[in-house]
Design a protein around this ligand. Structure first.
Ligand code: BEZ
Ligand code: FE
Length: 292
């Protein structure tokens, strides 16, 4: 005769219920999830009301999630799960540019741009030259690498958060024959993640702020190399020490410098001296069987 489902037998009973799962990975995942979920419930001992509140919270997260707003990913972000999954899946060799979260604002395809283009035509703020090279681990240039860039403006807003739907502060660049890319833009401001939903309520209830430090997003890739999804972070920005999505890596922090170079200024239509951020990106070779 089987034993009743009780505090003592609950975990084993549910783990056992997945024993015949044909897919071995799904079996492993569900049995591990059961053990960890039950351990959490045993640790916290929720009241019935707290259980209902938890269901209500997850329901609200679901209601706010669709193909435009992903509150579940935001929840994963503020719990550090997105960055942990990123770390597990991007164990790169020393020297390769570190990865960080994609974020929810890579929602429109970046328009193809010519090297040197201005990403900030609709903005008044002073221009900053962003330039770098895409290199391999031996320091050799990766000619023709693709560099996709998107960023918030100097008020902390992405184009998709505004009514005007024209792509702004986005660009897809093809590096030159010595792996260089460069473009004009404005220095972004730190900003809050979307905090008008249940994830924002959770942050407020726990005394956490919703801010991310100022950053510019990049995805860089080239044939035969592992692509990297990363940011450059603006040195001196608030929240570099306590990014609400845990995305900062010290190796990605760069200063905005003043450069005095009449020739470069003239060729790019910048005042002299001008602001500049240098950001080289190092890609590791793709060693997977299909990676070439
Ligand atoms: C972002 O940097 O765009 C971002 C990342 C995670 C959550 C919200 C925003
Ligand atoms: Fe961002």
């Amino acid at each position: 005769m089987g034993s009743d489902f009780s505090e003592a037998t609950a975990t084993d009973a549910v783990v056992e219920s997945f024993a015949e799962t044909p897919d071995a990975r799904l079996r492993e995942v569900m049995q591990s999830f059961t053990r960890h979920l039950h351990a959490f419930v045993r640790d916290v001992e929720p009241t019935q009301g707290e259980w209902e509140a938890a269901i209500g919270f997850l329901t609200a997260v679901g209601h706010l999630s669709d193909d435009r707003r992903q509150e579940f990913i935001l929840l994963s972000d503020v719990m550090g799960v997105s960055m942990l999954v990123d770390a597990i899946n991007n164990r790169r060799p020393v020297g390769a540019t570190e990865s960080t979260v994609l974020g929810p604002f890579h929602v429109v395809e970046s328009p193809a741009r010519a090297l040197g283009d201005d990403l900030a035509e609709a903005h008044e703020a002073p221009r900053c030259l962003v330039r770098g090279r895409v290199l391999d681990l031996d320091g050799r240039p990766v000619a023709g690498a693709l560099v996709d860039v998107w960023q918030a403006d100097d008020q902390g807003f992405y184009d998709v958060q505004k009514d005007d739907l024209a792509p702004d502060l986005r660009g897809l660049f093809t590096c030159d024959e010595v792996g260089r890319f460069w473009f004009r833009t404005i220095v972004p401001l730190h900003y809050p993640i979307p905090d008008d939903g249940p994830v924002g309520a959770l942050l407020r209830a726990t005394g956490r702020h919703p801010y991310r430090p100022a950053h510019i997003h990049f995805i860089a890739g080239a044939a035969g190399h592992n692509p990297v999804t990363t940011h450059l972070f603006v040195e001196g920005s608030p929240y570099l020490e306590d990014d609400t999505v845990f995305g900062v890596k010290q190796s990605l922090v760069r200063p905005v410098r003043q450069e005095d170079d009449e020739e470069t200024a003239t060729s790019l239509g910048l005042p002299n001296p001008f602001q500049v951020i240098d950001f080289d990106i190092t890609l590791a070779e793709d060693r997977s069987p299909t990676g070439g």
